[in-house]
Design a protein around this ligand. Structure first.
Ligand SMILES: N=CN[C@@H](CCC(=O)O)C(=O)O
Ligand SMILES: [Zn+2]
Length: 410
């Protein structure tokens, strides 16, 4: 991505990733990074020299949005499973009968790298059209060495070819592939001894994730994966407490996980463990909605213990075929009772923390990469309040206007 020439964005209604500003702000960008911020009332002529001035005309400026949990690369789709669930089958029943994740594994294994790239590109573009500038993408539908690496190569290529930062996560421990039926420990050995070393050696993964659940892997098996990941210098994350409480979140936190995700069944001991370890709780209201779950994540406890809450789409063909972070803002408020500002922090500052990128993206602050969005409103709460509007007018990545959707705002 090219670096931009020095730009001064003036008259912005700023939400900096944590809080809103009381008055219009000027934001200076140099060499793709935020150089400084100033209230408009303090801006003088000398500040502006050497900068190209762009008038935001009062538009809301937010950090570029961060989707810290997606499964964007996959073959086929699961519309049939959606229909079966509407007729009464549960996600767990479908998984135990060899459908669910395993049906996407079959379609992903037979797809070529180019086919996976093209379909994932369309999904990623949908997220970008909604303001995403950083997107995490997991493997997890290959479940053998060759196909897990294939998925990660596609994810890396998406980051190279599109104006968006892509963070990749190896999710070999997502489900038990048919070849290892009745030998989950043997499969975990494959993940630890072959997938993790290969993904690390080829620079294909930034982190390693697991699915800790009765229909997937035990706490002990997940701990083996964490140990191997850390030995190869990779960050760790977990799908935990989505369908039951196994204690997977506390185990992940003890191992130093960046985030634990889903967490509908998390209890107070688990919340305490997150607070002690500084692990982020990632909320995924899309899966909660699609599975018509009733168990709510422990939002009040997370607030009480000061655990940062990230928010993501979990975009995937089974539990969350939803490619809009803005819809997640609304769902986090309507379903989980987050405030609009908490929800926005979830897709900005706290989303960045869930990826270990808090010194790089997620806030509009000096030194960070200049990734931001302009919206045709002045009120941050409207991003969560309304679905379909307000419009994104500009998406800026590393100081460059990657998309200018409208002439109205600047
Ligand atoms: N919970 C496990 N994995 C995914 C679902 C994947 C699928 O059903 O294809 C999730 O995050 O919801
Ligand atoms: Zn997931």
């Amino acid at each position: 991505m090219d670096q931009s020439s020095p730009c001064l964005w003036v008259n912005a209604s700023l939400f900096d990733g944590l809080n809103g500003a009381a008055e219009p702000m000027a934001v200076a960008v140099q060499e793709g990074r935020i150089a400084w911020l100033k209230p408009m009332s303090e801006l003088n002529a000398a500040d502006q020299s050497g900068f190209e001035c762009i008038d935001a005309k009062g538009a809301l400026m937010t950090p570029g949005l961060i989707d810290c949990h997606t499964h964007l690369v996959f073959g086929g789709n699961r519309a049939g499973e959606f229909e079966a669930r509407l007729e009464g089958a549960s996600y767990q029943d479908i998984a135990r009968a060899g459908g669910g994740i395993i049906s996407t594994v079959r379609a992903t294994r037979t797809a070529s790298e180019d086919e996976l790239f093209e379909s994932a590109k369309t999904r990623l573009q949908a997220l970008m059209a909604d303001g995403a500038t950083t997107v995490e993408i997991k493997s997890g539908y290959g479940l053998d060495l060759e196909n897990e690496l294939k998925m990660l190569r596609v994810a890396r290529r998406l980051g190279r070819e599109l104006p968006v930062r892509v963070v990749t996560t190896l999710l070999g421990a997502h489900a038990l592939p048919p070849e290892y039926k009745d030998d989950a420990d043997g499969y975990i050995s494959l993940v630890c001894n072959q997938m993790i070393p290969a993904a690390a050696a080829e620079g294909l993964a930034d982190a390693v994730d697991v699915f800790c659940e009765h229909i997937a892997f035990s706490v002990e098996q997940c701990e083996r994966v964490y140990t191997a990941a850390k030995a190869h210098g990779l960050a760790i994350k977990g799908h935990t407490e989505q369908l039951s409480n196994l204690g997977g979140s506390a185990a992940a936190a003890r191992a130093g996980a960046l985030s634990v995700d889903h967490i509908e069944y998390l209890d107070e001991a688990g919340v305490k463990a997150l607070a002690e370890a500084g692990t982020v709780a990632t909320l995924l209201p899309g899966a909660f909605y699609m599975l018509r779950e009733t168990q709510l994540p422990p939002i009040e406890l997370l607030r009480r213990y000061g655990v940062p809450m990230a928010l993501a789409t979990d975009a995937n063909p089974g539990t969350s075929p939803i490619f809009s972070l803005k819809l997640m803002l609304n769902m986090a408020c309507t379903l989980f009772r987050l405030t609009p500002i908490e929800a926005l922090r979830g897709v900005t500052a706290h989303g960045a923390r869930a990826l270990g990128l808090q010194e790089e993206v997620g806030r509009i602050a000096p030194g960070l990469q200049a990734d931001f969005c302009l919206w045709d409103t002045t009120n941050p709460a409207e991003l969560a309040y309304s679905v379909g509007l307000p419009r994104l007018t500009h998406r800026v990545v590393a100081g460059m206007v990657a998309e200018k959707i409208s002439e109205d705002a600047a």
